[in-house]
Design a protein around this ligand. Sequence first.
Ligand code: NAD
Length: 350
Amino acid sequence: MRVAVVGIRGMGKGHLRAAKRCSVVREVAGCDLNPEVRAKVGAELDVSTFASVDELFASFKPDALVVATAPNRHAEVIRAGFDRGLPVLTEKPICDRIEAARGLVEEAGRRNLPFQCCFQVRYSGLIRAVRSLLESGDLGTLTRIGLTQYSGSHAAPGYMSRERTGGIFYEKLCHQVDLFRLFFGEPERALAVAAPNALAHYGIEDNVTAVFAFPGGRQGVIAFDTRRAAQVDGVQTPGRDFEGREAGHFYELCFTGDRGTAVYDAWSGTVDVMRFNHRGDLKTEFVRRIDLTKEFGADMYDLLAQDGDFYAHVSEGRTPRYPASDALKSMEWSERAERSLASGGAWVNA
Ligand SMILES: NC(=O)c1ccc[n+]([C@@H]2O[C@H](COP(=O)([O-])OP(=O)(O)OC[C@H]3O[C@@H](n4cnc5c(N)ncnc54)[C@H](O)[C@@H]3O)[C@@H](O)[C@H]2O)c1
């Protein structure tokens, strides 16, 4: 099949690379409004590039479209793809406004077009590792998933604006919301608060503490603070490592059950498994350290598994494994969390 990626500067470049490695994909092209991006990425990855979606459709005639523009440009490109009868894989968020996202999902349904939103974490080794720990009983019944992240991007001014992204849950934390839903199903309510912004070039919250409450007392919790980048550097210094230990950052995801906890460290790609007082001596013990890449494969940002799965489903005429109608629910909860943030931390119910 022929795959075209629209928006090829950042994530789009990763989608081009992934498409080139997929066996069902015969030809790949890129599209970007920016001539410098077209020239640079086209040469680097040896792909044809086009200056507009119209030009792309006229000359390349793709069988599937990947959308990796800024969130506020998703809807128009997705719609253009639907108008050509194309299956679409869009970067998260579906788009920057919930009403428009609902409209796009409805339209894909009406036209019977495969439509998926990139929550590639679902395909990661981490998820396989946690599932295997749940099967083996090491964690007992999963009751809490918690993110603690002190890191952040040296984003260009304007990149983190509300107009461009829709908000911090739309731009970043929808990944975690989707992860909570993957394990716990639908939340009952959500609450989110933020301290006043510290990063001058962020038009959206640069920190969030949030709780998503699920039936049975299960919880997804987020403690996220991008200001760590500024604390370390004093100023935002492009040229430093984007994220990671070298940049003074911290990223931990804990999957906790009644018998134990699995602690994922993003920078080392490991999961430490601990068991709580399951024996007579009531001690907590370290069980083992899992090397995710060695034991379970794909890291959280690897696009190959997800993109390959989408193309395989499309080429076989099947509905995507994770249709955008499901991702829409993660976006609905991201929207509720944005509303809670805007209200200063009120619970927002289903
Ligand atoms: N899945 C993930 O883990 C992950 C991580 C980072 C970003 N993202 C998402 O990926 C998307 C892109 O983010 P990015 O950081 O790569 O953005 P970016 O600004 O670096 O790149 C977007 C590119 O799209 C181009 N563009 C904009 N409108 C266009 C149009 N109508 N036609 C053709 N080209 C157009 C721009 O010129 C730009 O080069 C966003 O939705 C973002 O939220 C996802």
